[in-house]
Design a protein around this ligand. Sequence first.
Ligand code: NAD
Ligand code: ZN
Length: 353
Amino acid sequence: MVSRVVFGRGSFNQLGDIISPKRKNIKAPFIFLVDDVFKGNSWLTSRIPLAYNDQLLYISAKEEPKTSQVDELVEQIILSHKDRPSGIIGIGGGTILDLAKAVAILITNEGEAKKYQGWDLVKSPAIYHVGIPTISGTGAEVSRTTVLTGPEKKLGINSDYTPFDQVILDPELAKDVPKDQWFYTGMDCYIHCIESLNGTYLNAFSQSYGEKAYQLCLEIFVEDNLTEEDSQDKLMMASWHGGMSIAYSQVGVAHAMSYGLSYLLGTKHGIGNCIVFDHLEEFYPDGVKLFKEMKQKHKIKLPQGLCDNLSDEEFDIMIDVALSLEPLWINAVGKNWKQIITRDKLKGLYQKM
Ligand code: NAD
Ligand code: ZN
Protein backbone atom coordinates (compact mmCIF):
# COMPACT_ATOMS: atom_id res chain seq x y z
CA MET A 1 0.00 0.00 0.00
CA VAL A 2 0.93 3.67 -0.33
CA SER A 3 2.66 4.56 2.93
CA ARG A 4 1.78 8.24 3.16
CA VAL A 5 -0.98 10.36 1.71
CA VAL A 6 -2.21 13.91 2.09
CA PHE A 7 -5.56 15.10 0.79
CA GLY A 8 -6.93 18.58 0.31
CA ARG A 9 -7.49 21.42 -2.10
CA GLY A 10 -4.20 23.31 -2.28
CA SER A 11 -2.18 20.50 -0.65
CA PHE A 12 0.14 20.60 -3.68
CA ASN A 13 1.71 23.62 -1.97
CA GLN A 14 3.14 21.26 0.64
CA LEU A 15 5.25 19.34 -1.87
CA GLY A 16 8.48 21.15 -0.97
CA ASP A 17 8.03 20.52 2.76
CA ILE A 18 7.14 16.90 2.16
CA ILE A 19 10.10 15.97 0.00
CA SER A 20 12.89 18.08 1.50
CA PRO A 21 13.63 15.63 4.36
CA LYS A 22 14.04 12.93 1.70
CA ARG A 23 16.86 14.74 -0.09
CA LYS A 24 19.98 12.61 0.33
CA ASN A 25 22.52 15.37 -0.42
CA ILE A 26 22.62 18.45 -2.58
CA LYS A 27 23.98 16.51 -5.52
CA ALA A 28 21.25 13.85 -5.44
CA PRO A 29 18.42 15.48 -7.35
CA PHE A 30 14.69 15.09 -7.34
CA ILE A 31 13.44 14.31 -10.82
CA PHE A 32 10.00 15.70 -11.64
CA LEU A 33 8.15 13.94 -14.45
CA VAL A 34 5.35 16.32 -15.44
CA ASP A 35 2.61 15.95 -18.06
CA ASP A 36 3.49 18.36 -20.87
CA VAL A 37 -0.09 19.63 -20.84
CA PHE A 38 1.21 21.83 -17.97
CA LYS A 39 4.10 23.34 -19.94
CA GLY A 40 3.75 27.12 -19.70
CA ASN A 41 1.06 26.81 -17.01
CA SER A 42 2.63 28.87 -14.24
CA TRP A 43 -0.32 28.25 -11.88
CA LEU A 44 1.07 24.73 -11.49
CA THR A 45 4.72 24.87 -12.55
CA SER A 46 5.67 27.86 -10.38
CA ARG A 47 4.84 25.70 -7.36
CA ILE A 48 7.18 22.86 -8.30
CA PRO A 49 9.93 23.21 -5.67
CA LEU A 50 13.08 22.87 -7.82
CA ALA A 51 16.38 23.20 -5.94
CA TYR A 52 20.07 22.34 -6.44
CA ASN A 53 20.41 19.87 -9.34
CA ASP A 54 16.74 18.96 -9.51
CA GLN A 55 15.45 18.26 -12.99
CA LEU A 56 12.03 18.76 -14.53
CA LEU A 57 11.14 16.61 -17.54
CA TYR A 58 7.94 17.32 -19.46
CA ILE A 59 6.41 14.17 -20.84
CA SER A 60 3.64 13.74 -23.37
CA ALA A 61 0.65 11.64 -22.34
CA LYS A 62 -0.47 11.20 -25.97
CA GLU A 63 0.70 7.62 -25.92
CA GLU A 64 0.61 5.19 -23.05
CA PRO A 65 3.92 4.32 -21.38
CA LYS A 66 6.27 1.91 -23.11
CA THR A 67 9.05 -0.19 -21.62
CA SER A 68 11.50 1.41 -24.09
CA GLN A 69 10.43 4.86 -22.92
CA VAL A 70 11.16 3.87 -19.32
CA ASP A 71 14.61 2.58 -20.34
CA GLU A 72 15.39 5.84 -22.16
CA LEU A 73 14.29 7.98 -19.23
CA VAL A 74 16.35 5.96 -16.77
CA GLU A 75 19.42 6.22 -18.99
CA GLN A 76 18.92 9.94 -19.43
CA ILE A 77 18.62 10.45 -15.67
CA ILE A 78 21.63 8.30 -14.83
CA LEU A 79 23.81 9.99 -17.46
CA SER A 80 22.85 13.51 -16.36
CA HIS A 81 23.64 13.10 -12.66
CA LYS A 82 26.63 11.72 -10.81
CA ASP A 83 24.57 10.77 -7.78
CA ARG A 84 21.59 8.49 -7.70
CA PRO A 85 18.45 10.69 -7.51
CA SER A 86 16.83 11.36 -4.15
CA GLY A 87 13.44 10.64 -5.66
CA ILE A 88 11.07 10.65 -8.61
CA ILE A 89 7.94 12.80 -8.52
CA GLY A 90 5.20 12.12 -11.08
CA ILE A 91 2.66 14.88 -11.76
CA GLY A 92 -0.11 13.94 -14.20
CA GLY A 93 -2.63 11.25 -15.06
CA GLY A 94 -2.24 7.48 -15.11
CA THR A 95 0.29 7.71 -17.94
CA ILE A 96 2.73 9.91 -16.01
CA LEU A 97 2.10 8.18 -12.66
CA ASP A 98 2.90 4.81 -14.19
CA LEU A 99 6.08 6.18 -15.77
CA ALA A 100 7.18 7.63 -12.44
CA LYS A 101 6.67 4.29 -10.69
CA ALA A 102 8.51 2.38 -13.40
CA VAL A 103 11.47 4.79 -13.54
CA ALA A 104 11.83 4.63 -9.74
CA ILE A 105 12.02 0.84 -9.95
CA LEU A 106 14.42 0.69 -12.89
CA ILE A 107 16.91 3.03 -11.25
CA THR A 108 17.72 0.35 -8.68
CA ASN A 109 17.03 -2.79 -10.71
CA GLU A 110 19.42 -3.66 -13.52
CA GLY A 111 18.43 -4.46 -17.07
CA GLU A 112 15.50 -3.41 -19.17
CA ALA A 113 11.99 -2.64 -18.00
CA LYS A 114 10.44 -5.46 -20.04
CA LYS A 115 12.22 -7.97 -17.83
CA TYR A 116 10.02 -6.98 -14.90
CA GLN A 117 6.60 -7.13 -16.58
CA GLY A 118 4.65 -9.67 -14.59
CA TRP A 119 4.15 -10.46 -10.93
CA ASP A 120 6.79 -9.99 -8.21
CA LEU A 121 9.84 -9.98 -10.46
CA VAL A 122 11.37 -6.84 -8.94
CA LYS A 123 14.31 -7.66 -6.65
CA SER A 124 15.41 -4.36 -5.07
CA PRO A 125 13.32 -1.62 -3.52
CA ALA A 126 12.68 1.35 -5.82
CA ILE A 127 13.98 4.81 -4.97
CA TYR A 128 11.61 7.17 -3.14
CA HIS A 129 8.71 8.05 -5.42
CA VAL A 130 5.80 10.44 -5.10
CA GLY A 131 2.58 10.48 -7.12
CA ILE A 132 0.45 13.56 -7.69
CA PRO A 133 -2.62 12.84 -9.84
CA THR A 134 -4.03 15.66 -11.97
CA ILE A 135 -6.97 13.67 -13.35
CA SER A 136 -9.00 11.07 -11.47
CA GLY A 137 -10.21 7.59 -12.23
CA THR A 138 -7.47 5.08 -13.00
CA GLY A 139 -6.44 4.35 -9.43
CA ALA A 140 -2.82 4.37 -10.63
CA GLU A 141 -2.04 6.62 -7.67
CA VAL A 142 -2.82 3.78 -5.28
CA SER A 143 -2.16 0.55 -7.16
CA ARG A 144 0.76 -1.87 -6.94
CA THR A 145 1.23 -1.99 -10.69
CA THR A 146 2.57 0.16 -13.48
CA VAL A 147 1.08 -0.78 -16.82
CA LEU A 148 3.60 -0.79 -19.67
CA THR A 149 3.48 -1.76 -23.31
CA GLY A 150 6.55 -3.80 -24.17
CA PRO A 151 7.76 -5.44 -27.37
CA GLU A 152 5.79 -8.59 -26.62
CA LYS A 153 3.00 -7.63 -24.30
CA LYS A 154 1.08 -4.97 -22.46
CA LEU A 155 1.48 -5.97 -18.85
CA GLY A 156 2.15 -4.31 -15.54
CA ILE A 157 5.15 -4.43 -13.26
CA ASN A 158 3.24 -5.76 -10.26
CA SER A 159 5.32 -5.73 -7.10
CA ASP A 160 5.51 -4.64 -3.50
CA TYR A 161 8.01 -1.97 -4.57
CA THR A 162 5.69 -0.41 -7.14
CA PRO A 163 3.29 1.63 -4.93
CA PHE A 164 4.17 5.23 -4.24
CA ASP A 165 5.90 6.13 -0.96
CA GLN A 166 3.85 9.29 -0.88
CA VAL A 167 0.76 10.53 -2.69
CA ILE A 168 -0.57 14.07 -2.72
CA LEU A 169 -4.27 14.23 -3.54
CA ASP A 170 -5.10 17.81 -4.47
CA PRO A 171 -8.42 17.80 -6.36
CA GLU A 172 -7.83 21.39 -7.48
CA LEU A 173 -5.19 20.11 -9.91
CA ALA A 174 -7.96 18.49 -11.98
CA LYS A 175 -9.79 21.75 -12.61
CA ASP A 176 -8.91 22.08 -16.32
CA VAL A 177 -9.47 18.49 -17.44
CA PRO A 178 -11.50 18.54 -20.70
CA LYS A 179 -15.05 17.19 -20.33
CA ASP A 180 -14.63 14.13 -22.58
CA GLN A 181 -11.41 13.09 -20.87
CA TRP A 182 -13.03 13.63 -17.46
CA PHE A 183 -15.73 11.17 -18.51
CA TYR A 184 -13.38 8.55 -20.02
CA THR A 185 -10.97 8.47 -17.08
CA GLY A 186 -13.86 8.71 -14.58
CA MET A 187 -15.52 5.74 -16.28
CA ASP A 188 -12.33 3.73 -15.80
CA CYS A 189 -13.13 3.98 -12.10
CA TYR A 190 -16.79 3.08 -12.64
CA ILE A 191 -15.77 0.06 -14.73
CA HIS A 192 -13.26 -1.02 -12.06
CA CYS A 193 -16.18 -1.07 -9.61
CA ILE A 194 -18.50 -3.05 -11.89
CA GLU A 195 -15.83 -5.58 -12.79
CA SER A 196 -14.67 -6.00 -9.23
CA LEU A 197 -18.13 -6.17 -7.63
CA ASN A 198 -19.40 -8.67 -10.23
CA GLY A 199 -16.30 -10.83 -10.23
CA THR A 200 -15.66 -14.29 -8.84
CA TYR A 201 -12.59 -12.94 -6.99
CA LEU A 202 -14.75 -10.66 -4.86
CA ASN A 203 -14.06 -10.67 -1.14
CA ALA A 204 -14.98 -8.40 1.76
CA PHE A 205 -11.86 -6.26 1.34
CA SER A 206 -12.52 -5.48 -2.33
CA GLN A 207 -16.24 -5.19 -1.85
CA SER A 208 -15.99 -2.55 0.85
CA TYR A 209 -13.83 -0.30 -1.34
CA GLY A 210 -15.75 -1.12 -4.52
CA GLU A 211 -19.11 -0.26 -3.05
CA LYS A 212 -17.84 3.07 -1.77
CA ALA A 213 -16.30 3.96 -5.13
CA TYR A 214 -19.48 2.90 -6.94
CA GLN A 215 -21.63 5.06 -4.71
CA LEU A 216 -19.35 8.07 -5.30
CA CYS A 217 -19.55 7.47 -9.06
CA LEU A 218 -23.35 7.57 -8.84
CA GLU A 219 -23.21 10.88 -6.99
CA ILE A 220 -20.84 12.33 -9.57
CA PHE A 221 -22.11 10.94 -12.86
CA VAL A 222 -25.78 10.07 -12.27
CA GLU A 223 -27.28 12.30 -9.59
CA ASP A 224 -25.08 15.16 -10.72
CA ASN A 225 -26.18 17.79 -8.19
CA LEU A 226 -22.74 18.49 -6.74
CA THR A 227 -20.74 21.68 -7.04
CA GLU A 228 -17.80 21.36 -9.40
CA GLU A 229 -15.42 21.34 -6.46
CA ASP A 230 -17.30 18.63 -4.57
CA SER A 231 -17.41 16.61 -7.75
CA GLN A 232 -13.62 16.89 -8.19
CA ASP A 233 -13.02 16.00 -4.54
CA LYS A 234 -15.29 12.98 -4.70
CA LEU A 235 -13.94 11.66 -7.99
CA MET A 236 -10.43 11.76 -6.57
CA MET A 237 -11.59 9.61 -3.65
CA ALA A 238 -13.63 7.34 -5.94
CA SER A 239 -10.49 6.69 -7.97
CA TRP A 240 -8.58 5.81 -4.81
CA HIS A 241 -11.27 3.43 -3.57
CA GLY A 242 -11.74 1.87 -7.00
CA GLY A 243 -7.99 1.25 -7.17
CA MET A 244 -8.03 -0.30 -3.71
CA SER A 245 -10.94 -2.51 -4.72
CA ILE A 246 -9.12 -4.10 -7.66
CA ALA A 247 -5.89 -4.37 -5.67
CA TYR A 248 -7.41 -7.36 -3.89
CA SER A 249 -9.56 -8.66 -6.74
CA GLN A 250 -9.32 -8.25 -10.50
CA VAL A 251 -10.77 -6.39 -13.44
CA GLY A 252 -12.80 -8.17 -16.11
CA VAL A 253 -14.06 -8.33 -19.69
CA ALA A 254 -13.82 -4.61 -20.54
CA HIS A 255 -10.18 -4.44 -19.46
CA ALA A 256 -9.20 -7.67 -21.19
CA MET A 257 -10.70 -6.53 -24.50
CA SER A 258 -9.51 -2.96 -24.21
CA TYR A 259 -5.93 -4.19 -23.74
CA GLY A 260 -6.36 -5.81 -27.17
CA LEU A 261 -7.50 -2.52 -28.72
CA SER A 262 -4.68 -0.69 -27.03
CA TYR A 263 -2.00 -3.15 -28.16
CA LEU A 264 -3.05 -3.17 -31.81
CA LEU A 265 -4.54 0.28 -32.35
CA GLY A 266 -3.02 2.35 -29.54
CA THR A 267 -6.50 3.14 -28.18
CA LYS A 268 -6.02 4.76 -24.79
CA HIS A 269 -7.20 3.10 -21.61
CA GLY A 270 -10.10 5.33 -20.57
CA ILE A 271 -11.76 5.72 -23.96
CA GLY A 272 -10.93 2.11 -24.90
CA ASN A 273 -12.71 0.80 -21.83
CA CYS A 274 -15.74 2.92 -22.67
CA ILE A 275 -15.81 1.67 -26.27
CA VAL A 276 -15.69 -1.95 -25.10
CA PHE A 277 -17.98 -1.62 -22.09
CA ASP A 278 -20.75 -0.14 -24.27
CA HIS A 279 -21.13 -3.63 -25.84
CA LEU A 280 -20.96 -5.81 -22.74
CA GLU A 281 -24.65 -5.98 -21.73
CA GLU A 282 -24.42 -9.73 -21.75
CA PHE A 283 -21.77 -9.74 -19.02
CA TYR A 284 -22.76 -6.70 -16.98
CA PRO A 285 -26.43 -5.91 -17.76
CA ASP A 286 -27.09 -3.37 -15.00
CA GLY A 287 -23.67 -1.75 -15.20
CA VAL A 288 -23.92 -1.26 -18.96
CA LYS A 289 -27.47 0.09 -18.78
CA LEU A 290 -26.39 2.74 -16.31
CA PHE A 291 -23.27 3.47 -18.35
CA LYS A 292 -25.43 4.25 -21.39
CA GLU A 293 -27.55 6.60 -19.29
CA MET A 294 -24.47 8.43 -18.04
CA LYS A 295 -23.10 8.66 -21.56
CA GLN A 296 -26.32 10.25 -22.71
CA LYS A 297 -26.62 12.56 -19.74
CA HIS A 298 -23.14 13.95 -20.34
CA LYS A 299 -23.55 14.02 -24.14
CA ILE A 300 -20.56 11.78 -24.80
CA LYS A 301 -20.22 10.40 -28.32
CA LEU A 302 -17.95 7.39 -28.49
CA PRO A 303 -15.98 6.65 -31.68
CA GLN A 304 -17.57 3.97 -33.86
CA GLY A 305 -16.24 1.62 -36.49
CA LEU A 306 -12.81 1.18 -34.93
CA CYS A 307 -12.50 -2.37 -36.25
CA ASP A 308 -14.23 -1.88 -39.60
CA ASN A 309 -11.15 -2.26 -41.77
CA LEU A 310 -9.15 -4.78 -39.81
CA SER A 311 -7.79 -7.97 -41.36
CA ASP A 312 -8.30 -11.41 -39.84
CA GLU A 313 -4.67 -11.33 -38.69
CA GLU A 314 -5.29 -8.07 -36.86
CA PHE A 315 -8.37 -9.46 -35.13
CA ASP A 316 -6.22 -12.43 -34.13
CA ILE A 317 -3.64 -10.16 -32.51
CA MET A 318 -6.30 -8.43 -30.40
CA ILE A 319 -7.91 -11.72 -29.49
CA ASP A 320 -4.55 -13.21 -28.45
CA VAL A 321 -3.83 -10.24 -26.20
CA ALA A 322 -7.28 -10.42 -24.61
CA LEU A 323 -7.20 -14.19 -24.11
CA SER A 324 -3.75 -14.08 -22.54
CA LEU A 325 -5.20 -12.26 -19.52
CA GLU A 326 -6.46 -15.39 -17.84
CA PRO A 327 -7.06 -13.99 -14.32
CA LEU A 328 -9.37 -11.33 -15.76
CA TRP A 329 -11.50 -13.98 -17.46
CA ILE A 330 -11.61 -16.22 -14.41
CA ASN A 331 -12.75 -13.22 -12.43
CA ALA A 332 -15.35 -12.25 -15.02
CA VAL A 333 -16.82 -15.60 -16.01
CA GLY A 334 -15.38 -18.24 -13.71
CA LYS A 335 -13.00 -21.19 -13.95
CA ASN A 336 -14.71 -22.61 -17.03
CA TRP A 337 -14.29 -19.39 -18.97
CA LYS A 338 -12.71 -21.12 -21.95
CA GLN A 339 -16.01 -22.77 -22.80
CA ILE A 340 -17.76 -19.41 -23.01
CA ILE A 341 -15.07 -17.05 -24.26
CA THR A 342 -14.21 -18.44 -27.68
CA ARG A 343 -12.21 -16.66 -30.36
CA ASP A 344 -15.38 -16.26 -32.43
CA LYS A 345 -17.18 -14.71 -29.51
CA LEU A 346 -14.46 -12.10 -29.06
CA LYS A 347 -14.26 -11.43 -32.77
CA GLY A 348 -18.01 -10.84 -32.88
CA LEU A 349 -17.71 -8.34 -30.04
CA TYR A 350 -14.73 -6.53 -31.57
CA GLN A 351 -16.62 -6.28 -34.88
CA LYS A 352 -19.33 -4.27 -33.13
CA MET A 353 -16.86 -1.65 -31.87
P1 NAD B 1 -3.64 10.13 -19.12
O1 NAD B 1 -2.62 10.25 -18.08
O2 NAD B 1 -3.30 9.38 -20.35
O3 NAD B 1 -4.13 11.59 -19.52
C1 NAD B 1 -5.25 11.75 -20.38
C2 NAD B 1 -5.24 13.15 -20.97
O4 NAD B 1 -5.59 14.10 -19.97
C3 NAD B 1 -3.88 13.57 -21.49
O5 NAD B 1 -4.04 14.27 -22.69
C4 NAD B 1 -3.36 14.48 -20.41
O6 NAD B 1 -2.43 15.41 -20.91
C5 NAD B 1 -4.63 15.14 -19.94
N1 NAD B 1 -4.61 15.70 -18.58
C6 NAD B 1 -4.21 15.12 -17.43
N2 NAD B 1 -4.40 15.95 -16.39
C7 NAD B 1 -4.91 17.09 -16.90
C8 NAD B 1 -5.32 18.34 -16.32
N3 NAD B 1 -5.28 18.55 -15.00
N4 NAD B 1 -5.80 19.29 -17.14
C9 NAD B 1 -5.90 19.07 -18.48
N5 NAD B 1 -5.53 17.93 -19.08
C10 NAD B 1 -5.05 16.95 -18.29
O7 NAD B 1 -5.03 9.54 -18.59
P2 NAD B 1 -5.48 8.52 -17.50
O8 NAD B 1 -6.79 8.04 -18.00
O9 NAD B 1 -5.39 9.10 -16.15
O10 NAD B 1 -4.41 7.36 -17.56
C11 NAD B 1 -4.40 6.32 -18.50
C12 NAD B 1 -3.19 5.47 -18.24
O11 NAD B 1 -3.28 4.93 -16.93
C13 NAD B 1 -3.01 4.30 -19.18
O12 NAD B 1 -1.67 4.26 -19.60
C14 NAD B 1 -3.35 3.09 -18.34
O13 NAD B 1 -2.65 1.93 -18.73
C15 NAD B 1 -2.93 3.55 -16.98
N6 NAD B 1 -3.60 2.86 -15.88
C16 NAD B 1 -2.85 2.44 -14.86
C17 NAD B 1 -3.41 1.79 -13.78
C18 NAD B 1 -2.55 1.32 -12.67
O14 NAD B 1 -3.06 0.74 -11.72
N7 NAD B 1 -1.27 1.53 -12.72
C19 NAD B 1 -4.79 1.60 -13.73
C20 NAD B 1 -5.56 2.06 -14.78
C21 NAD B 1 -4.96 2.71 -15.85
ZN1 ZN C 1 -8.69 0.56 -15.71
